[in-house]
Each structure stands twice: as structure tokens, then as C-alpha cells.
Design a binder for this molecule. Structure first.
Ligand SMILES: [Fe+2]
Length: 274
């Protein structure tokens, strides 16, 4: 029997049945038993929901970001999509988003698109670029995710720019190689706020991530957009990945967990030296 005190004069006597999650309570004034239920929500559904991580990468990778050259998004093989990219300011005269690829179809850091826009991305067709090999801390962040990856890019959103909430076609191109998810990793702190905005069947959220925190979602079914209201660019890893058990099991940490990337790289160097 558990006794809860909720003010100076009234005591509640209560009992929780762990089998049914029912919380039975007798209220002395009303003098009757009432039942309340502890609900147990399922949590993240990778097909339709959003995972805002309880894992956070820590470390100093600013020198690696500064050494990278960022270029505008490449053209796709579809004219309609290219026209939409101009509307979104990915392309044309007013470029508000720059990129650097860590994994691309031809292994170049300037290649951001795929050879056939309407074909499913096959992880076997993608190679790591010089940016990946020259940036051990940023590469360690990519490697931490134990899943198959296709395009891995840094998306650099310029100050005072917005990308409206929209959905994409990744899974509608095919699922022969598995369900496609996106992972966004925030790579710098954004004082004053830079937002990831989402719409699902039952949720609308605007999230200002901490440096090192990440999001996972399915880009076909989860509406996503970004807004940078600060005076500095925001660097975000955009990883295109295939869903697997490892991703499904990321959820459920009781506490926030911190992953020291400097330490991961130092340990790798020790193994190499040994
Ligand atoms: Fe998108």
C-alpha cells in the first residue's frame, strides 16, 4: 500500500496493480474507490514518427568543418525536381544551402545527387570521399551509426533562411534494399535558435537541437523543414540510411547518453599505432 500526501489535510490511499497498470485510489471526501490507468506509449515508430535522440555526440570537430569547401547542390536528372530546387533556393542565383559530401555515388565530395533521381539508392553503389578520410572526428560520427548508408552529406543552411515543410520520394523509388530513413546530426550550436520543423499524422513539432544531437525519420511520410533565424550557418549531417534492428533499438535509454568523439578517435589512433 502506497500513501500519497497531496495537501495538509487530505491523505490519499492508493495501490498500483503492476499487471494491469491500474492505479486504484480511495478519496476520503468522496469515500469511493476510483481506477486510473498508467498508459505505456509505444514510442518511436520509424515508419511514421520522429526520433530526437537521447544520445549526444560531444567533441571538438570545428577545425574539420572549417577545412571543408561547401558547394551548391548538384542538379538531379529530373527537370521538374531541378525547377523545384530553384524554388527552394538550393540552386540558381540565390543559393541558401551549401553541401559537402562524405559519401557519394562517384566518391567526390562535390557530388550531392544520384545518377538516376527515380532509382532506389543501393548502399553498394556509394563510396566515401576525401572529406570523410580527411575528417576523422566527423567520420567517427558517421561510423557510429551501425546501418547501411547511401548519401552522407553536410547540409549547410545559410543565416536567415527557411526550407518549408515538405516530404520526399526516397521510399517511393523502391524498397528492394530496405526502408530508407534520414538521420540529421546537428554539428554546431545555434545560439538564438535554428529549427527543424516536422509534421506527422498526429504531431507538429519545431526542434532546436543541441550540438551533437540527432533526429531520425522517414522522409516520405514525415513532413520536414528547417528554419535558421540566426546570423551564422548551421551545419547538419544528412545521412540517407537503411532501417535495421540497430536503429529500431536506439530508443528507450533511461537517461541522456554522451558519446565522446575525441575519445573514439584517440582510441582508433591507439589501435592503428599498436
Ligand atoms: Fe527533404
Amino acid at each position: 500500500m502506497l500513501t500519497l500526501e497531496y495537501d495538509q489535510s487530505i491523505h490519499l490511499q492508493s495501490q498500483v496493480n503492476e499487471q494491469t497498470n491500474k492505479y486504484n485510489i480511495r478519496h476520503p471526501r468522496r469515500n469511493k474507490m476510483s481506477s486510473y490507468v498508467y498508459y505505456n506509449p509505444n514510442g518511436y515508430n520509424p515508419g511514421t514518427g520522429i526520433y530526437a535522440s537521447s544520445q549526444i555526440f560531444t567533441g571538438n570537430w570545428e577545425n574539420e568543418l572549417e577545412a571543408l569547401n561547401f558547394t551548391p547542390k548538384g542538379k538531379t536528372t529530373d527537370e521538374h525536381v531541378n525547377a523545384a530546387d530553384v524554388d527552394k533556393h538550393f540552386d540558381g542565383e540565390d543559393v541558401r544551402y551549401l553541401f559537402n559530401s562524405f559519401k557519394s555515388e562517384d566518391g567526390l565530395s562535390t557530388t550531392t545527387e544520384i545518377a538516376d533521381f527515380w532509382e532506389e539508392e543501393n548502399p553498394a553503389n556509394f563510396s566515401y570521399t576525401n572529406s570523410y578520410y580527411n575528417s576523422p572526428k566527423l567520420a567517427a560520427i558517421i561510423d557510429w551509426f551501425q546501418c547501411e548508408k547511401t548519401r552522407c552529406r553536410i547540409f549547410q543552411q545559410q543565416p536567415h533562411t527557411t526550407l518549408d515543410i515538405h516530404t520526399d520520394f526516397d521510399n517511393q523509388r523502391g524498397n528492394e534494399h530496405g526502408e530508407t530513413l534520414r538521420i540529421f546530426v546537428q554539428l554546431n550550436d545555434m545560439p538564438g535558435g535554428a529549427w527543424f520543423r516536422f509534421k506527422t499524422e498526429d504531431t507538429e513539432v519545431s526542434i532546436n537541437l543541441q550540438k551533437g544531437q540527432f533526429l531520425i525519420f522517414n522522409p516520405d511520410y514525415t513532413g520536414h523543414g528547417t528554419e535558421n533565424i540566426t546570423d551564422i550557418p548551421r551545419n547538419t549531417f544528412m545521412l540517407v540510411v537503411k532501417r535495421n534492428e540497430w536503429i529500431d533499438n536506439l530508443v528507450g535509454d533511461k537517461n541522456m547518453k554522451f558519446i565522446d568523439i575525441n575519445e573514439v578517435v584517440a582510441n582508433q589512433n591507439e589501435v592503428i599505432a599498436a
